[in-house]
Design a protein around this ligand. Sequence first.
Ligand SMILES: Nc1ncnc2c1ncn2[C@@H]1O[C@H](COP(=O)(O)OP(=O)(O)OP(=O)(O)O)[C@@H](O)[C@H]1O
Ligand SMILES: [Mg+2]
Length: 366
Amino acid sequence: MKILNIKFFNFRNLENTSINLSSKINVFYGKNAQGKTSILEAIYFNSTGISFRTRKSSEIIKYNENSILSNIEYEDNITRNNIAVRYENILNSKKEFFFNKKKINQTDFYGKVNVIAYIPEDIILINGSPKNRRDFLDIEISQIDRGYLENLKNYNRILKIRNKYLKENLVKNPEYEIYEQEFIKYGARIIYSRIEYIKSLSIMLNLLYRKLFNSEQELSIKYENSSYKLSKLKIEDIEEELKKELIEKKFREMKYKFSLVGPHKDDFKFLLNNYEVKVNASQGEKKSIIFALKLAEIDIVKKNKKENPIIIIDDITSYFDEERRTSILEYLHKKDIQVLISSTDKLKIDSQNFYIKKGGVFVDKS
Ligand SMILES: Nc1ncnc2c1ncn2[C@@H]1O[C@H](COP(=O)(O)OP(=O)(O)OP(=O)(O)O)[C@@H](O)[C@H]1O
Ligand SMILES: [Mg+2]
């Protein structure tokens, strides 16, 4: 999959413009605070409907403006299409999604263009909170499995209702039982997909990490949920597990007036030779693990969608020295993956370069 062109309007400090991208490596270079990350963010936002820097879409709108619009033209194995996102920062306003100029809903929009972003902040996947890790899983799985996104939306809707009933002491109401069944149904499906995803991710991650960084160590990921212990994973068994946990924690939930059981409480951790990476690994090891993780994601997307995703690497010079950069970019080049990179310096590689200054994008012809 390749992005051919992006147009954006009112995006952070960027001048409204249209950029034609190369199907190979694109480098956006320039001094600090010129708009390099913002360009990558605009491309990511247009592809996924969310930013990789913030959950608040209002923050990405240019100061003193109140709406944002961007449009991507892309090609996959079969055809050329375009997708667009529009967002207006007025009360209760929703994002609008378009496919070939026709309005579509977010579920249909999601996953049309698959991008994987590697940004310096990704280290929070290891160092950050369980919520960071759950968000990661939700985003990645939704890109390859639309049913997952549907289940997630339903689950979150029921979770809100469930919390309201707990808060207002209404759990004895007859309809609560119906919500409880829905809660278990969607919750179990989410847990099932996450465990399946983690299992295949973990195997690929280990292989890539060992190969890329010449390591003898065993790297793995472990999902933290009681269903992970189940020897043969079946949705019905996870439903049973959830039911059991809900009964066990019933009185605590009534006491705390909040849902204490379910996938919104789960987490996962990285283990290197069975030691927890968060606590024991060095900074360099953590960065390398996250990068290997992104490469593993490429293979997962490719397997599911029969298409390579597009890779975004923000601030590549802050991660890797020249030697490592070259080997990583060669790896991506061989796989015929479109790469979008930001860097403070021009790189010594064969690439389409864009010079970024004060929000302006200038095609580098030299
Ligand atoms: N909503 C916004 N409207 C206008 N300008 C913004 C907005 N949000 C951020 N900025 C400004 O846009 C500029 C570009 O930010 P960006 O993060 O893209 O820079 P960068 O080129 O990636 O810099 P660095 O090399 O330091 O990472 C910054 O000066 C930032 O303060
Ligand atoms: Mg930046």
